[in-house]
Design a protein around this ligand. Structure first.
Ligand code: FMN
Length: 229
């Protein structure tokens, strides 16, 4: 338990750090928009590959934002599963029964954001989302192992949990079920495919002269242009 005196000391330290420690205060890569490819998916592939090759931790993790029926936003981090330059589509996996799944059923639009702190680079993708059922996909194509399968059988993701013991017994039952039949359907497993309408590449500059390149889908392909920082 944090004591009041300790809490106010911690707050003072945090506020001091927030005031004095600027983000991206390091040498960042150069990005020349004139060298950028004609389509944004190809550029996201290059930036992600650079980040993963440099072994930046969790470089493939994105923030995925949705909104509910009242227009209230929500966001969580997910693993990016695919980028397809041929169609301009980005894929993530989640449970159809989760709050995110429910939100997308009502408002099938999302915003997906990558950020790599070491490179000061951000990518922002927005567009409509299609749900593709993966529950009965063959195990090799599911993209989830036994633990993910067990979690799906346990279900109730993001619902209020009464106690750790409740989870423990539900998990043991589900794990036994999955071990008995690893080919059984994975309840709720869904590939969410975002068809990009707009994509922005943002290269940070410690001096705030950030470089921003925006792509917009058009009838003939992609239009692009720079944005003010
Ligand atoms: C690094 C990391 C990766 C994650 N990857 C996924 C994922 O690929 N799919 C998923 O459903 N949840 C993933 N999660 C959990 C989600 O952030 C979130 O807790 C879950 O999807 C429930 O969100 P919801 O209540 O908004 O539906 C991940 C969490 C972290 C921290």
């Amino acid at each position: 338990m944090t004591r009041p005196a300790q809490q106010s000391e911690e707050l003072a330290t945090l506020r001091q750090l927030l005031r004095t420690r600027p983000p991206m205060d390091r040498k960042l890569p150069v990005f020349d928009p004139l060298d950028a490819p004609a389509d944004p998916a190809t550029l996201h592939v290059s930036w992600l590959l650079e980040a993963m090759t440099a072994e930046l931790p969790d470089a493939q993790v994105v923030t995925f934002a949705t909104s509910d029926g009242d227009g209230h936003p929500d966001a969580r981090v997910l693993v990016l599963r695919d980028i397809d330059p041929a169609t301009g589509r980005w894929s993530v996996f989640a449970d159809l029964r989760s709050p995110m799944g429910e939100q997308l059923a009502v408002t099938p639009w999302a915003a997906l954001t990558s950020y790599w702190p070491d490179f000061g680079r951000q990518v922002r993708v927005r567009g409509p989302v299609e749900a593709v059922d993966q529950q009965d996909a063959p195990p090799a194509e599911r993209g989830v192992g036994p633990a993910g399968h067990t979690a799906a059988v346990v279900g109730r993701q993001s619902q209020r949990l009464g106690s750790a013991g409740e989870l423990e017994s539900a998990w043991l039952l589900a794990a036994a079920e999955v071990a008995a039949d690893p080919t059984a359907p994975v309840p709720g497993l869904t590939r969410y495919v975002l068809r990009a309408e707009t994509v922005e590449f943002w290269q940070g500059d410690p001096g705030r002269r950030h470089i921003r390149l925006a792509y917009e889908r058009s009838s003939g392909g992609w239009e692009r242009g720079l944005l003010w920082p």
